[in-house]
Design a protein around this ligand. Structure first.
Ligand SMILES: Cc1cc2nc3c(=O)[nH]c(=O)nc-3n(C[C@H](O)[C@H](O)[C@H](O)COP(=O)(O)O)c2cc1C
Length: 410
C-alpha cells in the first residue's frame, strides 16, 4: 500500500497519473453565452494544472443544452465549436496533468426559473421542504427519451475525446438523472428501467458500455457514484457495491465515491438520515469497503483539507483522493503540500443558523474565487458570505435571463 499521495498510479488501462491527488468536479457557472468554455475558464484550468494536481475533473458539462444544472454551465453536443473545447483541454493538460470531463444530465434537479427540460424516471418532484417550489415538476421519461439521453452521453464523450480530453467521468451521483434512476425513491418504474437494482442501473450501464465501445480502452472512463443517498429507503452501500461490480465488467477504470443529493447534501458533510460521516474524509469507510472488493481504481472525495488525511486515504487502499472546495482557495495545494506537509487548507466557515442558506453562501464564496482565479487575480482573504451570496444570486438571475432566451430559440 502506498503511504504517499505523491506516488504515481497506473490505471487499469495503462495510463499513468503523476500523483494521486485529483481536483474534483466543481461547476463554475463561467461558460460564455453559447455555453462554451471561454478565456476565463481556460485561465482557471491552467492555474490548477500548474498547481501540481495529478488529474483535473472538470465541472459538470451538460449532455443536453436544454437540460442544465444551472445557468452559466457548459454544454457539449454534436454541433459544438470544437476549438473552444480544444483550448480548454490544452490549458488543463499543462504540466503533465490529465484532464477528464465530467458529463451530466440534471434530470429533475432543474430550477423552475430556468425553463428547459425536466425529465426523470418517474414524475416524482424533489422534496426540499419550503424550497421545493424552486424546482421544476419532472415528466416521466418515454423509451425514446431514454434512448436520446444514452446517445447524448455517448456523443458528448466522443466530442470530449476529439477535443483532447484524456477521459470522461459520467456523473451518477448527487441526485442527478442517473442517480434518480438508481434510487428506488425517485425511480418507481415497472419496466426494464425500474424495480430491481439490475433494472435501475441499466441506464448507467448502457451509457458506460457504449462510451467504452465508442472511445476505446485508452480513453479513461470514470463514474461518480453515491456510496449511499443517505435517505431512508434510498440507494445504499450494498447497492453501490453491486453497481461497482457491474461497472468493472463494463470497462470502467475509475469510480469516485461521494454521497447525497439536493435533498440530503451528504457531499457537504450533512445527511438527511442523521448519520455521522468521517470528519475529514466523509466517505472513506464506504470507499475502503468497496475498494477491497474490486479491481476498479477507487477515489473518494469530501472533506479533505490536510495532507495527513489524504495520505490516510491511500494508506487504507483507496487509490485516489478528490479535493474540491479547498482547491478554490488554494489552486496550488499539491505544490504547497510538497514543501509544507503540515499546511491545512481553510474554507472560511459560514456559521448561519439556516443551514441551507449557509451552504448556499459557502458555494457562492467558492464560485467567486473560481472567477477570480480565472481572471488571474488573487483569491480573497476574508470574503463576506452575505455579499458573495447576493452577488451570486444577482449574477444567476442575469445568466438565467440569458439562458431563457436560448431555451426559447432552441
Ligand atoms: C462550487 C461547487 C460546485 C460543485 N460542482 C460539482 C459538479 O459539477 N459535479 C460534481 O460531481 N460535484 C460537484 N461538487 C461537489 C464536489 O465535487 C465534492 O464532491 C464536494 O464539494 C465535497 O468535496 P470537498 O469537501 O473537497 O469540497 C461541487 C462542489 C462545489 C463546492
Amino acid at each position: 500500500m502506498p503511504s504517499s499521495v505523491f506516488e504515481p498510479l497506473e490505471l487499469t488501462n495503462g495510463k499513468t497519473l503523476k500523483n494521486r491527488l485529483v481536483k474534483a468536479a466543481m461547476e463554475e457557472g463561467m461558460a460564455d453565452a453559447q455555453q462554451r468554455p471561454g478565456h476565463e475558464l481556460c485561465g482557471l484550468y491552467q492555474r490548477w494544472a500548474e498547481g501540481g494536481v495529478g488529474v483535473i475533473i472538470t465541472g459538470n458539462v451538460m449532455v443536453d443544452s436544454l437540460a442544465m444544472t444551472g445557468p452559466g454551465g457548459v454544454a457539449l453536443q454534436a454541433d459544438a465549436d470544437m476549438e473552444a473545447f480544444k483550448r480548454w483541454a490544452a490549458a488543463a493538460k499543462t504540466n503533465n496533468t490529465q484532464v477528464w470531463m465530467q458529463i451530466n444530465h440534471p434530470g429533475r434537479q432543474v430550477y423552475k426559473s430556468m425553463g428547459g427540460k425536466a425529465l426523470a424516471p418517474s414524475a416524482v418532484a424533489l422534496d426540499l421542504g419550503k424550497h421545493s417550489d424552486k424546482f421544476a415538476t419532472p415528466k416521466a421519461m418515454t423509451e425514446a427519451e431514454i434512448e436520446d439521453v444514452i446517445e447524448r452521453f455517448v456523443t458528448t464523450a466522443s466530442q470530449a475525446q476529439k477535443a483532447g480530453f484524456d477521459g470522461v467521468q459520467v456523473h451518477a451521483a448527487h441526485g442527478y438523472l442517473l442517480a434518480q434512476f438508481l434510487s428506488p425513491l425517485s425511480n418507481q418504474r415497472h419496466d426494464q428501467w425500474g424495480g430491481a437494482l439490475e433494472n435501475r442501473s441499466r441506464l448507467l450501464l448502457e451509457i458506460v458500455q457504449r462510451i467504452h465501445q465508442q472511445c476505446g480502452e485508452g480513453f479513461t472512463l470514470s463514474v461518480k457514484l453515491n456510496s449511499a443517498d443517505f435517505q431512508r429507503g434510498g440507494f445504499d452501500i450494498g447497492d453501490a457495491e453491486q453497481v461497482v461490480a457491474q461497472l468493472e465488467g463494463a470497462g470502467v477504470h475509475v469510480v469516485e465515491l461521494s454521497g447525497g443529493s439536493y435533498e440530503s447534501p451528504a457531499m457537504q458533510g450533512r445527511t438527511a438520515d442523521g448519520r455521522t460521516l468521517d470528519r475529514e474524509a466523509y466517505f472513506l469507510e464506504f470507499a475502503e469497503r468497496i475498494s477491497s472488493k474490486t479491481k476498479v481504481t477507487i477515489m473518494t472525495t469530501g472533506g479533505v483539507r490536510r495532507l495527513a488525511t489524504a495520505n490516510r486515504v491511500v494508506a487504507n487502499g483507496v487509490e485516489l483522493v478528490g479535493i474540491a472546495s479547498a482547491m478554490s482557495f488554494k489552486h496550488d495545494l499539491p505544490n504547497i503540500w510538497q514543501t509544507q506537509p503540515d499546511y491545512v487548507a481553510v474554507i472560511p466557515p459560514v456559521n448561519w443558523k439556516d443551514k441551507t442558506m449557509a451552504a448556499m453562501a459557502t458555494m457562492s464564496i467558492i464560485r467567486r474565487q473560481l472567477v477570480r482565479l480565472g481572471r488571474g487575480k488573487a483569491v480573497q482573504k476574508k470574503p463576506s458570505p452575505a455579499f458573495a451570496l447576493i452577488a451570486d444570486l444577482l449574477s444567476k438571475a442575469k445568466l438565467t435571463r440569458r439562458y431563457r432566451k436560448l431555451v426559447v430559440e432552441g
